[in-house]
Design a protein around this ligand. Sequence first.
Ligand code: PMP
Length: 362
Amino acid sequence: MTNRAYNFNAGPAALPLEVLQQAQEEFIDYAGAGMSIMEMSHRSSVFEGVNDGAQSLLRELYGIPSHYKILFLQGGASTQFAMIPMNLLTAGKTAAFVHTGSWADKAIKEAKLFGDTAIAATSEADRFNRIPQLSEIRVPDNAAYLHITSNETIEGTQYAAYPATGDVTLIGDLSSDILSRPVDVSQFGMIYAGAQKNLGPSGVTIVIVREDLVESSPKTLPTMLRYDTHVKNNSLYNTPPSFSVYLVGLMLKWVQAKGGVAAMEQLNRDKTKLIYDAIDQSGGFYRGFADLGSRSLMNITFRLGTEELEKQFVKESEQQGFVGLKGHRSVGGLRASTYNAVPLESCKALAEFMADFRKRNE
Ligand code: PMP
């Protein structure tokens, strides 16, 4: 057996051992081609099979209707922060946002470079420790779209249900919770996510977009920054991140073998319960950052009584084989990221470590 850490990294993050082993087996000679995926033309029928296979399995597992296109792009979710307003924020319209924290903030700042923006709801007064109630959301009449951040990776908050926006297009940044639970894709005009948390390695960004939205991009946009370019070319307009797309395909097969997205949600609930219970049953030794109703199934944020104790927690956890538990510098404290590929055993081990650390430091 390989010596695998208890990996709670926020992204890039843990991948399933089975996926890594399969990639290892196929690394030098993919499917008898006499070369690795990385050495192969992206125009070859073998790679086209990999590209199409990953798309169709994502469509099947996530229940993506046929009038939505699936794109594999580069530039990370951060490039989508700009591409969305460039393509979809039409003259005289406003880009509306629910401001939930660090990643929503980045999306808002980028949209401001291209046009008017409006904050439809915010939890800033609560230091973003919660997702606003759906009833707090006010979408302006002239909104081109409403943008939400499904899971705030840094604060550890997640929507329990998505807003119904009627005629207004809903756009979701699902970078840190795509494929972690079933989603009604038809509620959205567009969903996007960097792959490096729930779906594979970094280097590829998944965009799921309703066909009608890609038909009216301004003519002056650079070719690479237009959705229609990538739709027309099946994400093969230029050289794609072929190895990353291949690994996404392996990751999707792994999700399928585990029982699909509903099974992932159950597993994620079981995993996070272990750690949230360790927080809730600690008599205040550990304090969860997120409001109960907004707790994330992907990023568990919590604090201890003093920063000293937090430092000690991180140090001792590292000595015992845990990785990635230090919270993001902007929020402080601790964070355990429990994406799809993080095994239940890692979460059990963390809950046990937390109980033991508490006993020794109470
Ligand atoms: N949105 C969210 C919710 C994220 O967690 C991240 C990455 N941590 C991003 C956007 C930015 O993604 P990328 O690094 O792929 O640009």
